[in-house]
Write a protein that binds this ligand. Structure first.
Ligand SMILES: NC(=O)c1ccc[n+]([C@@H]2O[C@H](COP(=O)([O-])OP(=O)(O)OC[C@H]3O[C@@H](n4cnc5c(N)ncnc54)[C@H](O)[C@@H]3O)[C@@H](O)[C@H]2O)c1
Length: 248
């Protein structure tokens, strides 16, 4: 594969939702996309097919971003097959909502391990290749609640605020090697993650959105595609908010 591929993109949590739209927005004839997902997900082959229909190519692998060992093997595969990593999108994320006083240790640990440590695991390893290349772009998916807070989501909010701080530290650290790091903070987006919310919770969220609709995965993917493009070459350490005006 090494010769044909000019651009290698890695998307975590690419099987469905926002991650799938990100894969589609970055698909192209010279680009190969590696995406992972966890646990097993029937949607992954569909995403591969959709990328192929869009004129690109993709490989999907079941990899838990919380496992540093599994992440290492995944990135070894990426580099052995294409020799490079141009774009890393840390999108994999979960929620385990509960009010603070009822939040279980496991709810806290799982969310921090997948959302924050998973972002660290992938970025640490991809950065080595990007630094050697003297180019690369890291895009971390945060959340509007990482800057606003949200009751019932202390674990998730801490992970997303952590991702924003992490992004700024990485941006400063890697800038001299021409590697950029930015975050995209989505608002209330229509995916499986939000589908399970009660109608009351959805209404409460919607009442905070000046544009009066939920966002789509494509709304978020468009910001990611911009950050991954040459047009964003001079942006680093920034948070792009895609939230219909929910936070200004
Ligand atoms: N939907 C929203 O309203 C919203 C708002 C703000 C931020 N976000 C963030 O956007 C990202 C994508 O969310 P979504 O709504 O598409 O969610 P989703 O539940 O539809 O998809 C999550 C994806 O992450 C993957 N994943 C979960 N745990 C994983 C793990 N341990 N290792 C590897 N992959 C794993 C899943 O396989 C899936 O592909 C998340 O980081 C989420 O926090 C979503």
């Amino acid at each position: 594969m090494t010769e044909q591929v000019k651009r290698t993109v890695v998307v975590t949590g690419g099987s469905r939702g926002i991650g799938r739209s990100i894969c589609l927005s970055l698909a192209g004839p010279d680009t190969h996309i590696f995406f992972n997902y966890f646990p097993a997900d029937d949607e992954a082959p569909k995403t591969e097919q959709m990328v192929s229909d869009a004129g690109g190519s993709a490989t999907s692998v079941e990899v838990d971003v919380a496992s540093a060992e599994d992440v290492k093997s995944f990135f070894e595969k990426v580099v052995s097959e294409t020799g490079r990593i141009d774009v890393l999108v840390n999108n994999a994320g979960i929620t385990r909502d509960a009010l603070l006083v009822r939040m279980k240790d496991k709810d806290w640990e799982d969310v921090i391990d997948i959302n924050l440590k998973g972002t660290f695991n992938c970025t640490r390893i991809a950065a080595k290749t990007m630094m050697k290349q003297r180019c690369g772009t890291i895009i971390n998916i945060a959340s509007v609640v990482g800057v606003m807070g949200n009751p019932g989501q202390a674990n998730y909010v801490a992970s997303k605020a952590g991702i924003i701080g992490f992004t700024k530290a990485v941006a400063r650290e890697l800038a001299s090697r021409n590697v950029t790091a930015n975050a995209v903070a989505p608002g209330f987006i229509d995916t499986e993650m939000t589908a399970s919310l009660s109608d009351k919770a959805k209404e409460a969220m919607m009442s905070q959105v000046p544009l009066g609709r939920m966002g789509t995965p494509e709304d978020v993917a468009a910001a990611v595609a911009f950050l991954a493009s040459e047009n964003a070459a001079y942006l680093t350490g920034q948070v792009i908010h895609v939230n219909g005006g929910m936070y200004m």
